[in-house]
Ligand binder design. Structure first.
Ligand code: AKG
Ligand code: FE2
Length: 277
């Protein structure tokens, strides 16, 4: 097995079959993942059971709240890029652009957000469709001092869909969940590194500031996140298994591929550890 760093974050792993790894090999994969935020294992041929078994090495696999996009035979697996068109032939943007509205972290609407998200590529378009990743460690480090001060000890209130209520992928009954609060500055539970926990698409407001001030800070932070200091851009190949550490990374889909082509992934959310504020 070869592990190749792709830059400040991101590593590519080749020469391994994830169906038959032992604990020692997994230990190396896990360490690379902690060190590099996101890893891409190339050239895998997995069935659903193989994908779930490997995913469970990282933690427990939790069904996603978007019930309409769950795999019909395996509710823990979400399908990305399936049922993109309505019966009248128009594009369902919420499916095509899923994850493409800006850098975000998954599951900040949960009391204990996901530890990781893992995707397995089943079909990749002829062009476009990359996924971008950036680091919440460097995002924190890069904030100007006055923002760091304003965020220290503060909590953000989060909800699926956020201020814009972008919740078309949820069943109507599931749209009224209570907002949850997370510290904006956190320590990673395994690496101990300090990070910015922020999601412009799901945050409603910052506790302790009035609405105007809270919106101003959120907008200022969002501006910083448009051009993160370090990025890894994953160019997908069929058979890639990509997992990001959702506690210390942001990601976004490019959402720019020809819509008439297939871009299909199996996706799991992985839970385990909380974060320490
Ligand atoms: O499709 C992608 O590239 C990423 C989508 C996304 O944001 C997610 O699966 O959480
Ligand atoms: Fe996402």
């Amino acid at each position: 097995m070869e592990i190749r760093r792709m830059g400040l974050i991101g590593a590519e792993i080749t020469g391994v079959d994830l169906k038959s790894i032992d604990d020692a090999v997994f230990g190396r994969i896990y360490q690379a993942w902690l060190d590099c935020n996101v890893i891409a294992v190339r050239d895998q041929e997995l069935g659903i059971a193989d994908f779930l078994k490997y995913s469970r090495r990282f933690g427990s696999v939790a069904p996603h709240p978007s019930k309409s996009t769950r795999h019909p035979e395996s509710l823990e697996v979400t399908l990305l890029g399936v049922d993109k068109f309505r019966p009248d032939g128009t594009l369902r943007k919420e499916v095509y652009r899923r994850g493409g509205e800006g850098f975000h972290t998954d599951g900040s609407y949960e009391e204990v957000p996901y530890k990781a998200t893992q995707l397995y590529a089943l079909a990749i378009p002829s062009r476009g469709g990359d996924t971008f990743f950036s680091s919440a460690y460097t995002a924190y480090d890069a904030l100007p001092g006055h923002l760091k001060q304003r965020l220290e000890g503060r909590y953000g209130l989060h909800k699926y869909g956020g201020r814009k209520q972008m919740n078309l992928l949820l069943n109507e009954d599931d749209r009224n969940a209570r907002p949850v609060r997370h510290a904006l500055v956190q320590l990673h539970p395994e690496t101990g590194r300090k990070l910015l926990y922020f999601d412009q698409g799901k945050i409603l407001r910052i506790e302790g500031y009035d609405d105007d001030e809270s919106n101003r800070i959120i907008d200022e932070m969002t501006a910083y996140m448009v051009q993160p200091p370090d990025q890894y851009r994953h160019q997908w190949r069929k058979g890639d298994v990509v997992i990001w550490d959702n506690r210390c990374s942001y990601h976004k889909a490019a959402a720019d591929y020809p819509p008439e082509e297939d871009r299909i992934h199996w996706r799991v959310s992985i839970k385990d550890h909380g974060t320490v504020s």
